[in-house]
Design a protein around this ligand. Sequence first.
Ligand SMILES: [Zn+2]
Length: 174
Amino acid sequence: MQNAGKSSFDRTFEQKEERFVHDQLHKLSQQVVEWVSQFEKPAIVFEDLKDMRDSIDYGTRMNRRLHSLPFRKLREFITYKAAFQGIPPNEINPEYTSQACSRTACEHTTRANRDKKRFKCVECGRQDHADRNAAINIAKKGLKKLDRNVPALNTLPQVMKVRRQTSGPSTPQP
Ligand SMILES: [Zn+2]
């Protein structure tokens, strides 16, 4: 029994926490779908959940916290809200998306490109946050699967905002 030995205080606290997480997931998924909706032909691409967890590397303590995030629930919320905007979900095999350079003219793929949170292409020198670089590759893979052209990276809205939230500088996009 999961609740065995727990006081009513513990249970109330857990319910409050659950509600808080639920609310946050709703807000976050709302923001994702709103952001995506400003594109002319919006698309949402997911990578396999298991691989997403495997690729997380922020040190032992942070990993433990991130791994407990309800990714599945978040994905369900995003899919549900996106469907109302007519945006279908897509899924790709994320193999090599964290090792490949996201610059379309380069796309050099090697393990050496990545050092934990930092991505630096050993071929062309492009630098980025490793998760952002991987996210661009996932988007590109998804668009290819949909047989759609990949927009130039510098045409994406709010790129600067994303950069401020990541650690370290990012080189200009082609
Ligand atoms: Zn490169």
